[in-house]
Design a protein around this ligand. Structure first.
Ligand code: F6P
Length: 343
């Protein structure tokens, strides 16, 4: 068989481990030939690709990012995109395509399979950990490690200066990174997109800490967190060239508001893309490798329209339809565990 592979959407640690696993399992176990498309869906649309071999993918396991590079290009936002992908698969003699990505990339993969009948399967990745049908996505563990280390460091400087430190982490629709890094780092308040917040409640938690003799506080806020209606003004967000709202800014806004309302000196740290860069943790390397091996096996079996998923510690194939049906959000009971330690 001849199999194509691409990485789409935001990059994340573990992508290279998954690519390596697809190449090694495919070539050594199934006798596949592997074509690596460049820049996500732009690769098949614009005929950008390289043959991948065991030699060309050697040494990439611990490397962050993706050797295939990535983009947010969506074949359904281009005139005749699905037909171009079909023609490209035919022209390159490909029996199928493995798309490694998050909600957008897998959404396109699902539609290419479901609507256009193309032999496509997915592999879930995102630091946001918000994909349905899998217990976890690779990239998330590394992002939580980076954010937790930052919170630990901010703790000591916050304590030395009697300051409030607001830490803005990634998390567009789901607050998984904020919740886990905040819990691990002992945050005094954690704000997530799933729960609109009242800044006065946050200030109340900070005042309570002061009344108990703790003169510093750490507030972790997900970039997608929003104030409850009528409680605080926010800035207008703009969009990138692919129509995605460019987030960022809630941390800055929140820190000004906290300082004004409490009178306590406040600073903000926006972690941004540092959470997505660099070497993956051992956990992410192993999860990405297991996913890549399962995807190669699924291609060999002709299980198109599916995606390997982590379920109760095992890797199982699930329907792409289920993976993209809705986002996996932070459940109330998990947030309530964190709330125990607020203020
Ligand atoms: O989806 C992963 C993610 O890192 C989100 O957490 C974040 O909102 C977004 O990508 C940032 O996108 P970009 O890299 O295009 O700024």
């Amino acid at each position: 068989m001849r199999i194509g592979v691409l990485t789409g959407g935001g990059d994340c640690p573990g992508l290279n481990a998954a690519i390596r696993a697809i190449v090694r399992r495919g070539i050594d176990v199934h006798g596949h030939e592997i074509v690596g498309f460049r820049d996500g869906w732009r690769g098949p649309l614009e005929d950008e690709w390289d043959e991948l071999t065991v030699e060309s993918t050697a040494g990439i396991l611990p490397r962050g990012g993706t050797i295939l590079r990535t983009s947010r290009t969506n074949p359904f936002k281009r005139e005749g995109g699905a037909q171009i992908v079909r023609d490209r698969l035919d022209a390159l003699g490909l029996d199928g395509l493995i798309a490694i990505g998050g909600e957008d990339t897998l959404g396109a993969a699902f539609r290419l399979h479901d609507e256009a009948g193309l032999p496509v399967l997915g592999v879930p990745k995102t630091i946001d950990n918000d994909l349905n049908a899998t217990d976890m996505t690779f990239g998330f563990d590394t992002a939580v490690h980076v954010a937790t280390e930052a919170i630990d460091r901010l703790h000591t400087t916050a304590e030395s200066h009697n300051r409030i430190l607001v830490v803005e982490v990634m998390g567009r629709h789901a607050g998984w990174i904020a919740l886990h890094s905040g819990l691990a780092g002992g945050a005094d308040a954690i704000l997530v997109p799933e729960r609109p917040f009242d800044v006065e409640d946050v200030c109340g938690l900070i005042r309570r800490r002061h009344s108990r003799g703790r003169y510093f506080s750490i507030v972790v806020v997900a970039e997608g967190a929003v104030p409850a209606e009528g409680t605080m003004e926010t800035l207008e967000s703009d969009t990138d060239e692919f129509g995605h709202v460019r987030l960022g800014g809630i941390g800055q806004r929140l820190s000004l508001e906290i300082e004004e309302r409490t009178g306590f000196e406040t600073r903000v740290t926006v972690l941004g893309h540092v959470q997505r860069g660099g070497t993956p943790t051992p956990y992410d390397r192993v999860l990405a490798t297991r996913m890549g091996v399962a995807a190669s096996d699924a291609a060999q079996a002709g299980s198109w329209g599916t995606m390997p998923a982590l379920r109760g510690g095992r890797i199982e194939l699930v329907a792409l339809r289920d993976a993209v049906a809705e986002l996996r959000l932070v459940p109330t009971e998990e947030y309530e565990v964190a709330e125990t330690f607020f203020g």
